[in-house]
Design a protein around this ligand. Structure first.
Ligand code: AHR
Length: 653
């Protein structure tokens, strides 16, 4: 019967398929490691951070300021995030006053005209914060504002954080009397035994008729290392756990701005906050510039990172560029001044400025990057803009390593910055991207273009931005696998790939908080979490060797990736195994040339499905799990579960 025949054929086919699958699953791969054969160096600077103002990374993110639009930039809608507040019978109006402000940089202010108010019927302004004001129990919040009054009888200003749900003040402070000249007033808000919540807003009010002008209204929670004007503690801790060697700043597109006028103009980001004019960022919101050049450097100091300073090179995103020659000279001078601000002694003009800003010690600087993604400049002007920057910086600071962002004819730079935003499958196929070409393969060498199957005679490489873009708002486990596969290639080729940084790093997960997916670390006002890709970064950076070892992998499926490195001083070997297949992969490990302790540390990151992820409400769904491997020796077996990233740490005896 045809039906039965079909069933028999189907059963046989299924048997053949199943047994061949079983065979594929059960057949172990062999990984031979020659622990006594160092192959190439691994750069100690390999893993670091890339950062810019995007996705509310600083304002509403790392930079701990709680007041949104503290300097009252205005648009078609008025003064965003600020509202008039009239309690009971109070009557008042607010508006932007462009005629008065506390400084040349902040020459406008918010004007509050109160027609009628008393102690019980107050009038004032409300700020909604960055998706609320997060309050924790028993915490001190430090606030300040600049103000002046129309007359001396205005009475006290009351500052409260008020619950959105109950309209009741949770904490209140008063500033007793406001003078008729601009000056700064400080206050402190303290919480008691409250439930943590961010469903709150800020009220600033008076109980007397009259006029009050306000500018730079600020409120900070406790910050990392208690820095004044500092950073959010939870986010800094997450970044510290990544063991970052460097911080590339201030961008990215944020360096360039949409227009030349909107670039990161560093001289406008230093000194007292009241002297910083603030500026629009290319990522569709206004930057308060609390995170200015010195704050970036102090962030480096706090996390012991080397600054990788990107200087503006005369190109902005909408296509404007500065013509090489006379027009470019002030920009080159600006870059030299910026380097002097970072590294100069008190006897230099800009070093002295840094001392005045509160940081007497110069910062160590090794890398300076000239521009960002200048291959996007369709006019091709980088060919003319880059060399004069390069020459001028090298002439004054020959010890600096200079990074360029696109190939320039006739210039072999110290370092070339390359960016990769890809899918996981791209990384599986391209994990060998920087491997040397096989001898006589005819593969292209460095020829002033991109590396591919690189020889070792070109510039060093900085993979200044890269990510597997899968997952929203943060990467899922499939993306983490793509990242990990790619990082095995970076480690293997770290004799030329001296630095690499995932981007973007941070994302505000509230509605409207994200301008670019996929991003490594997510947060709202009260909580933050690391994506699976974040934990892959943590593992790769934590277990970084200083040289690669001779090795050979045979018989593995196409989605098994590995990196084997050694750390001479610590007498450790690190084996990273990435199994992006859903099938377990048995591996026989032959370890020659070293005597190892019989146990090893195994750290695993694993999911049952590539789409699994972490989120603000499930922050620890996928996290590294540490166990002990027993029976380690010259030959041992290990099965890497499907969808796993594993690190083995061996002790050499
Ligand atoms: O990381 C997001 C953006 O991607 C960066 O600002 C830019 O350099 C790149 O195109």
């Amino acid at each position: 019967m045809p039906g039965k025949t079909f069933a028999r054929v189907a059963a046989f086919a299924s048997f053949v398929l199943t047994s061949s699958l079983l065979f594929a699953q059960q057949r172990p791969a062999t990984l031979t490691i020659h622990a006594d054969q160092p192959v190439s160096t691994v750069s100690p600077t390999l893993y670091g951070l890339m950062t810019e103002e995007i996705n509310y990374s600083y304002d509403g993110g790392l930079y701990a300021e709680m007041v949104r639009n503290r300097t009252f930039y205005s648009d078609w809608s008025g003064t965003p995030y600020w509202y008039l507040y009239e309690n009971g019978n109070a009557a008042a109006k607010i508006g932007l006053d462009k005629t008065t402000g506390p400084s040349d940089a902040l020459s406008a202010s918010l004007r509050l005209d109160v027609e009628q108010a008393d102690a019980k019927n107050q009038a004032g302004v409300q700020n909604v914060g960055y998706w609320g004001f997060a309050l924790r129990p028993n915490t001190v919040y430090k606030g300040s504002f600049y103000a002046k009054a129309g007359s001396t009888d205005l009475g006290p200003v009351t500052i409260s954080i008020v619950s959105d749900d109950t309209a009741k003040a949770i904490t209140t402070a008063t500033v007793s009397a406001i003078g008729t000249e601009w000056r700064q007033y400080e206050f402190t808000l303290k919480t008691g035994a409250i439930e943590p919540s961010s469903k709150n807003h800020l009220d600033l009010s008076i109980g007397h008729a009259g006029t009050l002008w306000l500018q730079l209204v600020s409120l900070f929670p406790p910050t990392y290392h208690d820095r004044v004007n500092g950073n959010r503690v939870d986010l800094m801790e997450k970044l510290a756990a990544m063991h970052p060697n460097f911080l590339r700043f201030p961008g990215g597109n944020y360096l360039e701005g949409d227009t030349i006028a909107d670039r990161f103009d560093w001289k406008k980001t230093i000194g007292p906050l009241v002297d910083r004019p603030t500026h629009p960022s290319p990522w569709f919101y206004h930057s308060d510039d609390g995170m200015g050049l010195l704050e970036f450097l102090e962030w480096c100091e706090d996390l012991k990172m080397n600054p990788v300073l990107a200087v503006y090179a005369g190109y902005s995103l909408r296509g404007e560029h500065v013509k090489a020659g006379h027009d470019l000279e002030p920009y080159i001078q600006d870059a030299l001044d910026e380097i002097e601000y970072v590294t100069g002694g008190p006897d230099t003009k800009w070093g002295a400025e840094r001392v005045k800003d509160g940081h007497p010690a110069p910062f160590k600087l090794t890398y300076v990057e000239i521009g960002n993604e200048d291959w996007l400049d369709r006019s091709g002007s980088y060919e003319e803009r880059c060399p004069p920057f390069y020459k001028a910086i090298k002439a004054k600071y020959p010890e600096l390593q200079l990074i360029i962002t696109a190939p320039v004819k006739g210039l072999k730079p110290d370092v070339l910055d390359e960016h990769f935003y890809v899918r996981a499958t791209d990384n599986f196929h391209d994990a060998t991207h920087y491997d040397p070409p096989a001898p006589d393969s005819g593969a292209p060498n460095w020829n002033g273009g991109r590396y591919n199957k690189a020889d070792r005679n070109g510039p060093k490489i900085f993979v200044g931005e890269w990510a597997t873009r899968e997952g929203f708002p943060t990467p899922d486990f499939g993306a983490a696998l793509g990242d990990a596969a790619w990082m095995t290639g970076l480690e293997r080729n770290s004799d030329i790939v001296v630095m690499a940084a995932y981007a973007p790093l941070l994302v505000r997960v509230d509605p409207g908080g994200m301008q670019w997916e996929t991003d490594l670390i997510g947060y709202n006002a009260t909580k933050s979490y690391g994506s699976p890709a974040y934990y892959a970064q943590v593992l790769f950076a934590q277990y970084l060797g200083d040289h690669t070892l001779g090795s050979k992998l045979e018989g593995a499926g196409p989605k098994l990736f590995y990196s084997i490195t050694g750390n001479t001083a610590k007498k450790k070997l690190y084996l990273k195994l990435v199994n992006a297949s859903t099938d377990p992969q048995p591996v026989q490990i032959d370890l020659e040339g070293a005597k190892l302790a019989s146990t090893a540390k195994l750290v695993s990151l694993h999911a049952h499905d590539a789409r699994e992820t972490n989120s603000i409400d499930a922050p620890s769904h996928i996290v590294p799990v540490e166990t002990q491997l027993q029976g380690v020796g010259a030959q041992f077996h290990h099965t890497v579960p499907g969808l796993s990233i594993e690190v083995m740490e061996f002790d050499e005896q």
